[in-house]
Ligand binder design. Sequence first.
Ligand SMILES: *Cc1c(COP(=O)(O)O)cnc(C)c1O
Length: 354
Amino acid sequence: MSIRPRARVHLSSIAENWRLYDRLSGPGGAGAVVKADAYGHGAAPVSRALAGAGCTSFFVAYAFEGEEVRRAVGPGPVIHVFSGFSPEEADVCRAAVLTPVLNSLENIDAWLASGADLPFALHVDTGMNRLGLRLEDLAEARRRLNGREPVLLISHLACADDPASGMNQAQSHAFAEACAQFPGVATSFANSAGHGLSPEMRRGLTRPGIGLYGGGAGPTRPEGLKPGMTLEAAILQVRTARAGESVGYGATARRKRDTLLATVGLGYGDGFLRSAGNSGFAYLGETCCPIVGRVSMDLISLDVSAAAPLAKQGAWVEFIGAKADLERQAAAAGTLGYELTTGLGARVERIYED
Ligand SMILES: *Cc1c(COP(=O)(O)O)cnc(C)c1O
C-alpha cells in the first residue's frame, strides 16, 4: 500500500450517472463526453464502463484521445472529435475510425481534400462564437459537401446552467433553423446542464460531461448524481502548533490557540489548487477539517482539533467525494469542479473500483 495521494474512481457510479442522463434525455438518448482523460478520471476505464452500460456515442476533444477510447471500447461505438479535422490527423482518424466534427468551411475543405472516406459531423455555432459554422455559411457548406451528409449536426449552449438566460431560447431557435437545412440528419444540443432545461433543449443525442463525474452546480443539476471519484490524502504527521505560532509558507496562518494539525500528502504538485489555501477543507471521518495556511507543492496542513481521536499518521482524509462535495471544494478554491478534477496530475494514483 502506497501513501501517495489517490483517487478511487467509482466506475459503477459514473455508469449510474450516465443512465440517469440517458433517462432524462429524449428519444435520441445520451452520449458521453470523455475528453481530457474523462475529466481526470481515466478515459479508457471510464469509456469501457460506459460502453458496458449501453453508451454508444462518445465525444473527445482530440484525435489522440479518440484513439485511446477506441482501444477501450472496441469497434462498435461512434467516437466524435470536437476539435475538427486536420490533415495531420487523417491517418489516426482513419485507423481508429473516428468521426471528426467539422467546425468551419476550411475544415470541410481539408476533410474533402483528405479523401473524405469516413463519416463526419458538423458543428453549427448558435451563439458561443468559439467553434462552428455560422448559420449564414451553411448554404456554402452544403454546396462544398456536394451531397455528402453529416451523420450528426451539433451545437453547444453557452448558458445552460442558467435557466433564466435568454441565450437558451435564442440558441435553440437558431439551431432549429440550421437543422431545417439538413432534413433527416441526427442532431445533438444539450450538455449536462442542458438536461435541466425545457424538453426541446434535450432533443436529439445529448452530450453530458461533468455530470457523469458527479459535478456541476445550480438549478439544472439533477437529483441523485453520485461522485465519480474519491480524492484522498494520507496523514504524514500529526503535530500541535502552539498559540502564537504560524503554519506553512508565508506564515499566513498564525494560531490564536494551540491547534492539532495533520500534515497530509497532497499539494499543487498533484494538481490540487493552491487557491484553496486557508479556504478549502478535507474530511477526517465525519469531521470537516479546514485547510490551515497555504497549499504547498506536496503538503497541506489541516486543523484536525475537532477530530483528534482519528488524527493518526497513516489515516486517510477526503478532499473530494461523498462527504467533500466536488463543487463545494472547487468553490472554496474559487473555481469549478471541471478545473479541479481535470487538473489532477499523474502523481495522484487512480484506483479503479466497480
Ligand atoms: C465539453 C463539452 C460538452 C460537455 O459539457 P459538460 O458541461 O461537461 O456537460 C458538451 N459539448 C461540447 C461541444 C463540449 O465541448
